[in-house]
Structures are given as structure tokens and as C-alpha cells.
Design a protein around this ligand. Structure first.
Ligand code: ZN
Length: 94
């Protein structure tokens, strides 16, 4: 059992903390622990470096629509190719 403010609790929450995915109460408890725990401070710097090279967890709505449109267009192209392939096979056979 990990209780808020403990070392294990803090380490488990660090990943969410660098992504701003913790609520304010959790962030304050985590920061209080960080002030006295060099291990968690080191862990936090490692996670921050990793987070810097990752894209944001959620793209903007505009970008997301373009991604979805791209994926759907690719799916349709692949589906058409498969259908052409089957039609060719049938004409040769018939
Ligand atoms: Zn700690």
C-alpha cells in the first residue's frame, strides 16, 4: 500500500507529474517529497528529458482531424487495391 507523500507513491506519480497529469493536491505533496528526496529529484530530471523528446500526449483538434483523414484515405486506397486484385483474378479465370 502506497500512501500519498511516501517515496513509492512519489516515484509512481513522477511520470504523470512531468506530463501535468496530476491534480494540484498531488503535485504539492509530490513537490514536498521532492524537496527532501534526491532519488526522486534525479528520477524527475530523467523523466523530464524523456518527455522533452516525446510529442504532446494529445494533438490539437485540427491536427487530429488531419491525422484521422490521412489514415482513412490510406485505408481506402488499400481497400481499392485489394478489390482490383480480386477482379483481375476473376476476369482471368472467367
Ligand atoms: Zn523519493
Amino acid at each position: 500500500m502506497t500512501h500519498p507523500g511516501s517515496h513509492r507513491w512519489s516515484r509512481a506519480l513522477l511520470g504523470a507529474y512531468v506530463l501535468d497529469a496530476v491534480d494540484r493536491a498531488e503535485a504539492r505533496q509530490l513537490e514536498a517529497h521532492l524537496a527532501g528526496c534526491a532519488t526522486c529529484r534525479w528520477e524527475l530530471t530523467q523523466l523530464r528529458q524523456a518527455a522533452d523528446v516525446l510529442p504532446p500526449p494529445r494533438p490539437s483538434e485540427e491536427l487530429w482531424k488531419r491525422i484521422v483523414a490521412d489514415v482513412r484515405a490510406t485505408e481506402q486506397e488499400q481497400g481499392e487495391h485489394e478489390q482490383h486484385g480480386e477482379a483481375d483474378g476473376q476476369t482471368k479465370a472467367g
